[in-house]
Design a protein. Structure first.
Lengths: 114, 111
């Protein structure tokens, strides 16, 4: 058990809709990362937060947004959903968000767009 | 652009043998490299981190090498077991804060 909790585990919705994915980091970790994993793309970095502030941004679409709250949990919002957004979305946490520290991953949210 | 390559084909080996997985990169000078294990339907699990000034790192049956001249990391599992069957991802530090992940190599250890 990594200590990172993601909800929901599965989400099925339609094109054009909006969803929110939630992540609770491992106890004591201040940094949260979001990744998208699809079969043909591998694990793609979306965005990183540290102690409530955005720290690094990857290939995150403008339709996607995220935030980290004072209690350190994070939410990823996906809007105007398209078929191509179907993927596994992972959250990871690390102690201080530095690249010399391991990341601890949750088991993901599987998003299916119909 | 930055690029990481791992063998996209699955690697099948016999139980008890040493499995060797390769991670090659271009247009990088990463200070750190990590290896993760991922089982189907689960999140990646951290295995090892190696720094650019370390040639080799070991943990139990696992060994990682990091050759910054060849721009390559090798990941070895000795005395492999069927329970080692999984996808293994390498990840390179891209700057101070984030990592770029390879697409992974699927390993199957045959009993």
């Amino acid at each position: 058990d990594s200590g990172v909790t993601q909800t929901p585990k599965h989400l099925i919705t339609a094109t054009g809709q909006r969803v929110t994915l939630r992540c609770s980091p491992r106890s004591g970790d201040l940094s949260v990362y979001w990744y998208q994993q699809s079969l043909d793309q591998g694990l793609q970095f979306l965005i990183q937060y540290y102690n409530g502030e955005e720290r690094a941004k990857g290939n995150i679409l403008e339709r996607f947004s995220a935030q980290q709250f004072p209690d350190l949990h994070s939410e990823l919002n996906l809007s105007s959903l398209e078929l191509g957004d179907s993927a596994l979305y992972f959250c990871a946490s690390s102690a201080r968000g530095l690249s010399n520290q391991p990341q601890h991953f949750g088991d993901g949210t599987r998003l299916s767009i119909l | 652009s930055q690029k990481i390559e791992q063998n996209s084909e699955a690697l099948n080996i016999q139980e008890g043998k040493t499995a060797t997985l390769t991670c090659n990169y271009t247009n990088y000078s990463p200070a750190y490299l990590q290896w993760y294990r991922q089982d189907p339907g689960r999140g990646p699990v951290f295995l090892l981190l190696i720094r650019e000034n370390e040639k080799e790192k070991r943990k139990e049956r696992l060994k990682v090498t990091f050759d910054t001249t060849l721009k390559q990391s090798l990941f070895h599992i000795t005395a492999s077991q069927p329970a080692d069957s999984a996808t293994y991802l390498c990840a390179l530090a891209s700057g101070t804060y984030k990592y770029i992940f390879g697409t992974g190599t699927r390993l199957k250890v045959l009993a």
